[in-house]
Design a protein around this ligand. Sequence first.
Ligand SMILES: NC(=O)c1ccc[n+]([C@@H]2O[C@H](COP(=O)([O-])OP(=O)(O)OC[C@H]3O[C@@H](n4cnc5c(N)ncnc54)[C@H](OP(=O)(O)O)[C@@H]3O)[C@@H](O)[C@H]2O)c1
Length: 272
Amino acid sequence: MPQPWMGKVIVITGASSGIGCALALVLAPHSPRLVLVARDQQRLQSVADQCEAQGAETLAVAADVADSEACRTMVQQAVERFSRIDVLINNAGISMWGAFDEISDLQQFERVLAVNFHGSVYCTRHALPYLRQSQGRIVAISSLAGLTGLPMHTAYSASKHALNGFFESLRIELADSGVSVTIVAPDFVQSEIHQRSIDAQGEPLGQPLPDHASFLSAEHCALIIINAMEKRKRLVLTSLRGRLGRWVKLLCPQLIDWISKTAVKKAYRRMQ
Ligand SMILES: NC(=O)c1ccc[n+]([C@@H]2O[C@H](COP(=O)([O-])OP(=O)(O)OC[C@H]3O[C@@H](n4cnc5c(N)ncnc54)[C@H](OP(=O)(O)O)[C@@H]3O)[C@@H](O)[C@H]2O)c1
């Protein structure tokens, strides 16, 4: 049986919880060399310990991806330890709920862009020379909100649209390099993103969405992502409604706006 990830150096940002943590744990039994990145050193080390117990080598790097120098240092540490980088998974992300005209501090808006968009740009820029050498893979964890607008999520949706534009462009630049770019646009996934999400006043919501239990598990999402990066796919959507929605949007964009508005309104009402 082929072991595509054995010995491969895989950098995962946002590896301390949710999808990033699940990616690390699903990959670990394949004996990769994992570089795990997030801000919370303690949680990160706990994920690293679990991965080591399952056969991975790990390096846990506490870094804020919104800081370009921190990303540069993280990449240097990865290369000093493992000599190469085969895969970069840009997964770290935060969310924000609230009507745009109620946002009191625009720095909070900018912070969402800084983490979700600039964080991926910085990591990719610093890792790219090594990815070129290995003819590696870049994976960007976007969102359905990067393919269509989502009310109450202007910052989040803007950050994911920017991410898609950046990686679509980079893919074309890298066409002859052997480096692939995979964009993943998940539907709702069980993770901590919603309870950690800030509201228009910058306060954390502190609770998961009401339908949290019905979302795709982070582990299932990780399996979809790993399959896509193995096959060097261009774009992966994790739900049928996401895949259908792309076609419906071409024919009747107002219907997609209505579905998006209704879904957010329903979730918001149930959170009050
Ligand atoms: N869950 C969903 O429904 C869903 C749907 C579509 C797309 N996504 C995307 O999936 C990705 C992963 O999110 P998740 O759902 O797994 O959320 P999560 O459970 O909240 O995990 C987010 C991860 O990002 C890290 N992170 C946040 N800010 C960071 C920063 N400034 N620097 C470095 N690391 C940072 C967090 O660790 P620290 O706090 O320790 O830094 C954590 O490890 C995100 O890009 C998100 O937009 C999620």
